[in-house]
Ligand binder design. Sequence first.
Ligand code: BTN
Length: 322
Amino acid sequence: MTLGRLVGLLAGHQFLSGQELAAKLGVTRAAVWKQVETLRSMGYEIEAYPRQGYRLLSRPDKLYPWEVAQGLETRFFGRTIEYYDELPSTNQRAKELMASCPEGTVVLAESQIAGRGRLGRKWFSPPGTGIWMSLILKPQLPPTQLSKLTLVAAVALSQAIYDQLNVRPLVKWPNDLYWNGRKLSGILTELAGEMGRLESVILGVGLNVNQKPADFPAEIREQAASLWMIKERPVDRKALLRHYLEVLEAEYFQALNNGFDGVLEYCRQYSYTLGRHVTVTNGAQTFSGTAVAIDGDGGLIIDQDGQHRKVIAGDVNLTNQN
Ligand code: BTN
């Protein structure tokens, strides 16, 4: 984390001499110079003058752990971050890590080459434009309650986006965020453990942030949204990620301690699903009807010709037939 400490020291935007920096970091001046070179190669703009020292001019748009940690107001979430320039999938990496890391550990990647979506689909995760992250949770919850954690993640993300950008994406039950009929974010929750014992819940979140329409592959271009497309300007990924972790941590502990009522109410109030004609696929079963309610278990109630059917998990397709 010395690189992070050096950035922190330089963040005051004043010149600091190599000697001062060396003393503060407990290293030699030559080591400071080497680290400055490393930071430059990572995209930091740092000027250096012989008598004045070093000054930070700009930071790169990267989710380096020390950047995300700066000003992060959480107790657990994001206190440990594993950062990669590229990974096959952050969910996959989180599964490898989960047994040996504390709750709240986050795996981040600037890009994923095998980003996973639900039902074996791919998740398009190009470099530097989105937030591709997995959070490791170790909740004390009965297995029947676990599916509601996906809703907690969706609600927290919608709320965090609202707080930062004044737009509120809708929750498509149970794990997507939509804006103007387009998918902005997808959540892949995976339960992982060994010998029949649940060890961790991996909350994988993909959020399209700074893609422009042309950046999406043709096959999803008409269905995908990004925050750039909504705000018509670049959005600060670091600030958004930080705030998301804060809101998510608060919502998570609130749900564990006091139940999921608040989360479920949000899902009802800002729902993209309720009132629409849907087709649900659950394993080999497929059926259609109107989504009429989200019940106290977080299940979706479908009205099928006057008969109510409850769905706990499944893939929901909106079929505009009303
Ligand atoms: C979906 O909409 O089907 C869910 C998409 C989930 C994508 C995220 S990106 C970070 C994490 N790692 C993955 O491989 N997938 C999730």
